[in-house]
Write a protein that binds this ligand. Sequence first.
Ligand SMILES: Nc1ncnc2c1ncn2[C@@H]1O[C@H](COP(=O)(O)OP(=O)(O)OP(=O)(O)O)[C@@H](O)[C@H]1O
Length: 469
Amino acid sequence: MKHKEDKPLTIVIKLGTSSICDEVTHEPRIANMSLIVETVVKLRREGHRVIIVSSAAIAIGLKRLDIPKRPKHLATVQAIAAVGQCRLIALWDELFRQLNQPVAQILLTRNDIADRAQYLNAANTLTELLHMGVIPIVNENDTLSVMEIKFGDNDTLSAITAGMANADFLFLMTDVDGLYTENPRKNPNAQPIEVVTDISQLNVDVSTGGSSVGTGGMVTKLIAAELATSAGVTTIITKSSIPGNIHSIIKYLRYLRQQEGDSHDRSINPTFPCDLSRSDPDVRSTARSVTLFPGMDSVTQSSPSPSRPLSRPPSPPPRHTRFLPQQHPMRDRHFWILHGLKSHGTVYIDTGAYKAITRTNKAGLLPAGVVDVKGTFNASEAVSLVVIDRKALIEAEEAHQGDAELKKTVRALVFENGEDVGKAIVNYSAVEIARIMGLKSSEIESLLGYSDSEYIAHRDNLAFAPKHV
Ligand SMILES: Nc1ncnc2c1ncn2[C@@H]1O[C@H](COP(=O)(O)OP(=O)(O)OP(=O)(O)O)[C@@H](O)[C@H]1O
């Protein structure tokens, strides 16, 4: 019988600038890149599908053009990126060619995925390349990207790519071997974090930057981990200087998964009391119940099945931080709304509306639940949803009836304290919403002269950040 753990995996590997280039000289780290190539080809030969997200176009361009320091002028940086990207992909192609492995270049901007059809098209191209046995090498299209259409950093881009490709794993390879309580470059006593079950509960300092060529630091890695785990992708931060670690970590996690699979096989009730320390010393104190792979229920670890001998436990994996995927991954469309679309404004809703649109059998957003609107956006564009306390707003306004200035300040305060809970694609423009907010849907037509929908946003067009569902 073929077991779940034998299933080929889709693995996204994000390589930071510091992994590909020397911080000072900007020379490519050929030896390290070669080791990455060997690891990726090994994974390919085991049947896995691998996508690389590669930074470093600008750094490589600086070297190519003999410019010692990154200039400030945007057009100059974009020109350098164009030169560097060319060299970078040529380098990857040359190294992979030695092992007869074809690669493909994919350059993305946020604009490329802002349209649902284009997003699906990009996802289909990725799938097709993987199916053909090609390694897609993804990067932000720095040459075209202006602030408005930027992913901003390749950590975010890699998480979106992982979601798009329905990946099992996202490896964020960097110059530290994991997340620490503080920046280990600054404080050698910082403690490593091994398993993260809930990113919102993390108590770490990620405020300081990393290498001089790095762009995101740890902050963007945490954002990326939150994004990827919400799509069901196990996310790992580890050191890029030993790329073979990817293989050891996967082997180790597959072993755990095999144990988990056997627990499922032999039990009517899949949850066992367990001693995590037997199989996973990393998890000992941090997690009692773990989900190792997307699509599998959270189960506690248990001893191996007596009916089928397990393979020998692999040696403990190299140090890494592992972010466990959400038990109920977000639907692809919701993932796209939340992370693929740029917000063009804000729709403020009250707590009643929020409850209605987030309950299990969720409703669409009706005009009655909208308190205010900000920005200039058209119908069919994405907006942020912010929940505010309508009762507090009314009370505050009533308390300051006589003082228009104070009333304005208090109102602004209530709005400032609102909570950003997700995004929606709206059926009406900002101007239209401003006219129909607070009203019953049946009143839309008489007010606007038409009624395209009874909803401000249909329930399929509402997406919430994981902690808000
Ligand atoms: N709490 C923390 N734990 C671990 N590293 C931290 C922490 N806070 C800050 N850092 C810094 O984050 C750095 C890694 O991020 P950085 O952006 O420099 O690298 P990269 O991802 O390899 O490059 P790029 O951003 O170009 O993709 C580490 O070198 C470390 O100095």
